[in-house]
Write a protein that binds this ligand. Structure first.
Ligand SMILES: [Fe+2]
Length: 381
């Protein structure tokens, strides 16, 4: 029994075709609450979801709280350095255990002071001595699967998560040059977007809009890209040469920071754009990697996080912060140019007369994601 209305399901079936004949995702998937609920269950409560860079949690006890598919989660660097994730819901009366982010020795709920160790087990539950048969061992926090790969962190809310290495399959082979695992975060910032989460990811992964949205900032840097790579993992990736570094604004062709060690040949002279489905995307310049992860709040509201990473030698080099400012400016300028378009686009997607479009050859990663997305929503049809 389909959970999609027949028109949306028919629209999605027209997406699952080669880019030359496919239609774009139907407007309903950007606006409808019922579709939003379904994608939350199919894409955010199952499979793997990106949490950004794993160096957000450096030391034992470093924690952050995040909501994914309406599930409150606390991510914490546990003893022995293992990154762990728990339902951030007290086993007593479901109050959130932790708030915000920081460092803790134990996780304590502020409602009735139930206290949990970093492995989620109950350390203390005050005034429960007279409760018949109460055994603290039965009331630990529900634990989720967490994986760290290539310096990225992932969480799965699945009861039976897919193997993360099968999920990513050929990801490593496509990204060997950039030594992603050893990059260090230079800056991370969060902001809210009043638009659906998918167009944010889409616009980051296509060249089509560059001359129109970024005519004076980054368009002149980007040359005609290579064909999109044919990959098996749950991601899409496309490399393109640039005229000078892709990580600085037009007019600044020469890198201000060192080229990453290990880059050779064409990898030195372009940018690889990768979208790990569903919610994490990054670009590899020759000196830096810049990335976003998104957390859908509602069809029209999205929490976005931007992270910029560099090799550790670069961060340790003289004058790093002053030089990095030029990079941060380039990433901020570009995304600030995109955002008004995304917010206006969300208005258009809510029109009852909005229709499915067609793809340009300049947006193959958008078409690849659309196929993956449509397949998952249609899975039970
Ligand atoms: Fe853009």
């Amino acid at each position: 029994m389909s959970e999609l209305d027949s028109e949306t399901a028919a629209g999605l079936r027209r997406v699952v075709e080669p880019i030359e004949t496919a239609k774009t995702l139907p407007p309903a998937v950007y606006r409808d609450a019922a579709v939003f609920d379904l994608e939350q269950r199919r894409m955010f409560r199952s499979g793997w979801v990106g949490l950004g860079r794993a160096d957000r949690w450096k030391a034992t006890g470093d924690y952050t709280t995040v909501t994914i598919a309406d599930v409150p989660i606390v991510v914490v660097r546990g003893d022995e350095g293992t990154l762990r994730g728990f339902d951030n819901t007290c086993s007593h009366r479901a109050n959130p255990v932790m708030k915000g982010e920081g460092n803790c020795v134990r996780m304590q709920c502020d409602f009735h002071a139930w206290t949990y160790r970093l492995d989620g087990s109950v350390h203390a539950a005050p005034s429960m001595q007279q409760t018949s048969g109460f055994d603290r061992a039965d009331y630990g926090l529900h634990e989720f699967s967490i994986a760290e790969r290539f310096g990225f962190a992932f969480v799965s809310l699945d009861h039976d998560p897919p193997d993360i290495d099968e999920w990513l399959t050929d990801f490593e082979a496509m990204h060997l040059s950039w030594s992603l695992g050893r990059l260090v975060t230079g800056r991370r910032r969060e902001f809210y977007l009043d638009a659906n989460w998918k167009p944010f990811m889409e616009v980051f992964n296509e060249y089509y809009h560059l001359p129109y949205v970024h005519p004076d900032s980054i368009n002149a840097t980007y040359l005609e890209p290579d064909a999109v790579d044919d990959v098996k993992g749950s991601f899409t990736t496309q490399f393109g040469l640039t005229d000078g570094t892709g990580a600085l604004l037009d007019g600044m062709k020469d890198p201000v920071l060192p080229v990453m060690p290990g880059l050779v040949g064409r990898d030195c002279d372009g940018v690889r754009y990768t979208w790990i489905y569903p919610n994490m995307t990054f670009a590899t310049g020759s000196e830096a990697v810049w990335m976003y992860e998104v957390y859908p709040v509602s069809p029209g509201r999205t929490l976005c996080a931007q992270t910029v990473c560099f090799p550790p030698e670069t961060i340790a080099s003289d004058g790093f912060e002053a030089k990095a400012a030029s990079y941060y400016e380039r990433f901020d300028v570009a995304i600030d140019e995109d955002i008004p378009f995304l917010q206006r686009q969300f208005h258009g997607q809510r029109s009852p007369f909005a229709r499915q479009g067609r793809f340009s050859h300049l947006e193959p990663s958008v078409a690849k994601f659309a196929c993956w997305y449509a397949d998952r929503l249609l899975a039970d049809d």
